[in-house]
Design a protein around this ligand. Structure first.
Ligand code: MN
Length: 297
């Protein structure tokens, strides 16, 4: 099942090039009082939501996919977890290009296991947007790069998950842009401006997702291919990323694991159009906007 969030927080079932409006399925989510539990209520109750979607869909209204404003499929992630330097060829390009590494990628780690040295990183949840909002350039006087990544959305609260059971914790998958201001500051700072985590186009539930290792994915800017890779080229695979993350943090429903970017990262500027695609997920197109705000110091 492909579930999208669109327009004014409507829930859609994606069926080819149409969206079935299954918003009433959200009525079963619990009415909660402060303090709210961490995590995303829709993802936490995904099994019940799916049952309701299947009941509602046959008689529901349809709209063309092209007419929908797609939002992030995850509304309330408690954490966005990033995997640094997780594709060998991206590590190589980063070491060659000072415009990428700024000394950050040049610490002599073992290229076979950079995450063993670097660990994982977090992006601010306030940075999350969907394809309809687009990316707003934060620091126009610096290099702002696209990083296309396959993202897993955690479905259940969990801790200390062994890699052998890790994929059972995944509710579904989407694509992500881990937008990045290049520079020497901490990753969490450079990758967390508003709109620098773009998720879309929808959630593909885990039962409909092909084996990750079989998937190709990539990104085009203004129609020009910039990134193209296979998920099988990931250095630390998703099960071990989940094992590592859950040894440090309790994972909550809706937490997003961004699995790292392959080679071909590069700058975008206001006015550019980004298209991201992945076998088994689909694609989205989004625009890069300029900011009215002054560039940060
Ligand atoms: Mn990244």
């Amino acid at each position: 099942m492909k579930l999208c969030r669109y327009d004014d927080d409507r829930l859609g079932l994606v069926d080819g090039d149409t969206i079935v409006d299954v918003t009433p399925a959200l009525d079963l989510l619990p009415k909660r009082r402060w303090p709210y539990p961490l995590g995303d209520a829709l993802i936490e109750h995904l099994a019940a939501v799916r049952d309701a979607v299947e009941r509602i869909a046959p008689d529901a209204a349809r709209i063309p996919l092209s007419g929908a404003a797609l939002r992030s499929p995850v509304a309330n992630a408690s954490k966005i977890i990033g995997a640094p330097a997780n594709y060998r060829a991206h590590v190589d390009e980063a070491k060659r290009d000072a415009g990428i590494h700024h000394g950050v990628h040049d610490r002599g780690y073992d290229p076979e296991s950079p995450i063993a040295k670097l660990g994982l990183f977090l992006k601010a949840t306030s940075s999350v947007v969907g394809p309809a909002e687009g990316v707003t350039i934060h620091a126009p006087d610096r290099r702002n790069d696209h990083e296309v990544e396959i993202c897993a959305v955690i479905g259940v609260r969990c801790r200390d998950v062994p890699a052998s059971q890790a994929l059972d914790m995944v509710a579904g998958y989407c694509l992500g842009l881990d937008m990045t201001v290049r520079g020497a500051e901490d990753r969490s700072f450079r990758k967390s401006p508003d709109s620098y985590t773009l998720l879309g186009p929808w959630l593909v539930t885990a039962d409909e997702m092909p084996m990750l290792d079989d998937l190709a994915f990539g990104l085009r800017v203004n129609g020009e291919a910039r990134q193209a890779a296979r998920a099988a080229d990931m250095t630390v695979g998703l099960p071990h990323l989940i094992e590592l993350a859950s040894r440090t943090y309790t994972l909550h429903p809706g937490d997003v694991i961004m699995t790292g970017t392959p080679e071909g990262v590069g700058p975008v500027v206001a006015g550019d159009t980004i298209e991201a695609w992945c076998d088994g997920i689909g694609s989205f197109t989004t625009v890069v906007r300029g900011s009215e705000r002054p560039s940060p110091a």
